[in-house]
Write a protein that binds this ligand. Structure first.
Ligand code: AGP
Length: 609
C-alpha cells in the first residue's frame, strides 16, 4: 500500500509534494522519492528508509520546477532499496505507482528484448518503459499512456511525466485509490485525501478506468480508452485526521472494510486458472522439492497461530500431508523434532515477533527448510527464511489484526492448492474449482460486511456480559478461537473459544443466562453435530448467537440471535465467518467506549519475549 502525490501549478512543486508524502506516512513506507520537471529537465531524488532521509537529500541536492510527482513505497515486489524506490524512469518517462502489476514479468521480458534496461526488481518500473515504448508510435503522451494501460493487468494508481512533454502531468487509476484536488489552475493528485487536504478541499474522486491529463492550467478527464468524461468536484469538510482514516472513525474499521481489496491483492498475479494451479513467487521450491518433505510445521503466535491452525485443516484435508501447528513461544524451548525433511512455515504479520523469529532460528539450527508467510516485505522473518509468501494486505495499523489474518488464510489456501497440485492430491479440475472460488470471495466479504447493523444490535443486547464462549467444529474451531481473541483484546470481555464437541467436557458448567455463546454453524459436514451442541447449550438456559450459513433457517430456530453468512464453500467460509466476528468484537468494543486501535497493554508487534 504505497502513497503517490502529484502537483502541477504555479508553486515550487517540491514542498507541496513533500508535505503530501508526509501526510501519507501512516500508509507505511520503507523508501520514498520525488521527481520534478523544470523547462523539460527531469530530475529525480530517492532514498530508502524514513522520509527524513529524502528531506535531507533534497537539502543537499534541491529540485526545481512547478510540476512534480512523489511516492512513499510499501514494498510488495523487491526489497526496500534506493534502486527499488519510486519514481521509476524508463527512457523519457517517469512514473510513480501504487498497486500490483500482475503481468509485469512478461512485459519486462518483452521490453528487455526491445532494448529497455531495467534497474530495479519492481513491477512498477515496467510501466515507465512500456509508456516510453508506446511513445515511439503514439501521437501524444496521453495516447501512449492509453496504449500502455491496455497491456497492463493488475491494480494501479499512477502519476506520469515525460521529458518529451514538459507541460503535461497524467494521472490514471484502476484498482488503487486516487483523488484529485483542484485550486484554481493548480492541480493535486494523491492516493488519499490527507496528502492534499491542506491545499484544497475541492476534491474529485477518481473511479477505476479513468484518467486525467493536466496541461497549461487545465484538466481533461477521460476513460483510459480515451472517451472524454465529466467529473464533479466535491467540497470535503473532513479534518486531516479523519481523512487519514478515509472517513472511518478508526483504523480498525477502515482495515476491516479494506479486506475485499486486501484479498484481491493477495491473489493478484498468482492464479493460473488454465493449469488449475497457483504461482507463488518467493516460494523457491519446485514440485519434487515440495514433495520431499515428510511433514509441515506451522509456527506462530496469537492471531497468526489461529491462521496456522486453519492451515492445518486445509492442507491435511486437501493434500494429505501431516501438519503440526506450534505456538512459537513453546516450540522454541522444546528441542523440537524437526529436520531437513520438515518444511517449517513461520506465519507473522509483522515479521518481527520475537518468539516466532526465535522459533525460526531453532528450526534452522535443525536444518529444517523454512518458508514464511508474512505481510511486511523484507522484515526479519522473511529475511531469515529460504522462501516467503507475502500476504500483500498493506499496512495494518490497528493493533487487533484483521485484514492481515484473512489474507493469511487466503495465502494458506493458495499454498494448499500449490502443495496439492505438486503431489497430485488436487487434480486439474479441483484446482480450477478452488481458484474459481477465490474469484467470488471479495464480493462475498463485501456482502458479509453488510451485516454490520445487525451485528451492532446483537452487541447492544449482550453488552452487559463479562464472559463469552465461541464454539466451532473442524475448520471453524480456529475461527472460534480468533473470534474470542478479537473480543477480549479490544472490548476486555473475557472470552474463550472451544471445539464445540468439548462443551460437555467442562465448559458447559459455565452456561447461564448471562453469557453469550457464539456458535459457528456453517453448512458443512459438522452442521448436524453443531446443532446438537447448540441444543446442549439451549436446554441449560444459555444465550445462543447462531452464526450460520445463508438459507439455513433450521439452526436459527432455538437461537436468541442469528447471523446468516454467505456461503463460500467449506475451505473459504472461515474468511467470511471471521469478518462477521471481527465486526462483532468491534461493535462490542465501540459500545463499551474502548480504543479499538490501541487496546490497553497491547503492542502491534511483540518484539520482546
Ligand atoms: C492479533 O490481533 C494480535 N495483534 C496478536 O495476537 C498478533 O497476532 C501476534 O502478536 C502475532 O503477531 P505477528 O503476526 O506480527 O507475528
Amino acid at each position: 500500500m504505497c502513497g503517490i502525490v502529484g502537483y502541477m501549478g504555479n508553486q515550487d512543486a517540491t514542498p507541496v509534494i513533500m508535505s503530501g508524502l508526509k501526510m501519507l506516512e501512516y500508509r507505511g513506507y520503507d523508501s520514498a522519492g520525488i521527481c520534478t520537471m523544470d523547462s523539460g529537465d527531469i530530475e529525480i531524488r530517492r532514498s530508502s528508509g524514513k522520509l527524513i532521509n529524502l528531506e535531507r537529500l533534497l537539502k543537499e541536492q534541491p529540485l526545481h520546477g512547478t510540476i512534480g510527482i512523489g511516492h512513499t513505497r510499501w514494498a510488495t515486489h523487491g526489497k526496500p532499496t534506493v534502486a527499488n524506490a519510486h519514481p521509476h524512469k524508463g527512457g523519457a518517462v517517469v512514473v510513480v505507482h501504487n498497486g500490483i502489476i500482475e503481468n509485469y514479468q512478461i512485459l519486462r521480458d518483452e521490453l528487455s528484448k526491445k532494448g529497455h534496461l531495467f534497474l530495479s526488481e519492481t513491477d512498477s518500473e515496467v510501466i515507465s518503459h512500456l509508456i516510453d515504448e508506446k511513445l515511439k508510435t503514439a501521437a501524444s503522451l496521453e495516447e501512449a499512456v492509453q496504449l500502455a494501460l491496455k497491456d497492463l493487468q493488475g491494480a494501479y494508481a499512477l502519476c506520469i511525466l515525460s521529458q518529451k512533454d514538459e507541460k503535461t502531468l497524467i494521472a490514471a487509476k484502476s484498482g488503487s485509490p486516487m483523488v484529485i484536488g483542484i485550486r484554481g489552475n493548480e492541480f493535486f493528485v494523491a492516493s488519499d485525501m490527507p496528502a492534499i487536504i491542506s491545499n484544497t478541499r475541492e476534491m474529485v474522486v477518481m473511479e477505476d478506468g479513468e484518467m486525467a491529463v493536466f496541461r497549461n492550467g487545465e484538466v481533461k478527464f477521460s476513460t483510459i480508452d480515451g472517451l472524454e468524461i465529466t467529473k464533479t468536484s466535491h467540497y470535503i469538510d473532513w479534518s486531516p485526521l479523519k481523512a487519514e482514516k478515509n472517513g472511518y472513525p478508526n483504523f480498525m474499521l477502515k482495515e476491516i472494510y479494506e479486506q475485499p481489496q486486501a484479498i484481491r491483492n493477495v491473489v493478484a498475479g498468482r492464479l493460473r486458472m488454465d493449469e488449475g494451479d497457483v504461482f507463488l513467487e518467493g516460494l523457491n521450491l519446485n514440485d519434487s522439492e515440495l514433495n520431499s518433505f515428510e511433514r509441515l510445521c506451522l509456527v506462530a503466535c496469537g492471531t497468526s497461530w489461529h491462521a496456522a491452525l486453519t492451515g492445518k485443516y486445509l492442507i491435511e484435508e486437501y493434500c494429505r500431508i501431516p501438519v503440526d501447528v506450534e505456538i512459537a513461544s513453546e516450540f522454541r524451548y522444546r528441542d523440537p523434532l524437526v529436520s531437513k525433511k520438515t518444511l517449517v512455515i513461520p506465519i507473522s504479520q509483522s515479521g518481527e515477533t520475537a518468539d516466532t523469529l526465535a522459533a525460526l532460528r531453532e528450526a534452522r539450527s535443525k536444518d529444517a527448510h523454512i518458508v514464511s508467510i508474512c505481510n511486511v516485505v523484507d522484515s526479519s522473518i522473511p529475511r531469515e527464511s529460504d522462501g516467503v509468501i507475502y500476504t500483500h494486505a498493506g499496512l495494518e495499523i490497528g493493533v487487533a489484526s484483521t485484514k492481515a489474518f484473512t489474507t493469511q488464510l487466503v495465502a494458506l489456501y493458495l499454498l494448499t492448492i500449490r502443495l496439492g497440485r505438486a503431489n497430485g492430491t488436487i487434480d486439474l479440475i479441483k484446482g480450477r474449482e478452488m481458484i474459481a472460488a477465490l474469484g467470488e470471495l471479495p464480493s462475498l466479504v463485501e456482502k458479509t460486511l453488510e451485516l454490520d447493523p445487525q451485528i451492532e444490535e446483537i452487541a447492544c443486547e449482550c453488552l452487559t456480559s463479562w464472559d463469552a464462549i465461541y464454539l466451532g467444529r473442524g475448520i471453524s474451531y480456529p475461527i472460534a478461537l480468533e473470534g474470542a481473541l478479537k473480543l477480549k483484546e479490544i472490548s476486555y470481555i473475557h472470552a474463550d473459544g472451544y471445539p464445540a464437541g468439548e462443551m460437555k467436557h467442562g465448559p458447559i458448567a459455565l452456561i447461564d443466562r448471562e453469557m453469550p455463546v457464539f456458535i459457528l454453524a456453517p453448512n458443512d459436514r459438522h452442521l448436524v453435530k453443531v446443532r446438537s451442541n447448540m441444543e446442549e447449550v439451549i436446554t441449560r438456559g444459555g444465550r445462543v448467537i447462531a452464526v450460520c450459513s445463508e438459507g439455513d433457517h433450521e439452526t436459527s430456530k432455538g437461537a436468541e440471535f442469528t447471523l446468516h453468512i454467505p456461503w463460500a464453500g467449506e475451505a473459504l467460509s472461515p474468511v467470511l465467518f471471521t469478518v462477521a466476528l471481527q465486526l462483532m468484537a468491534y461493535n462490542f468494543a465501540i459500545l463499551k467506549g474502548k480504543d479499538v486501535d490501541q487496546p490497553r497493554n497491547l503492542a502491534k508487534s511483540v518484539t520482546v519475549e
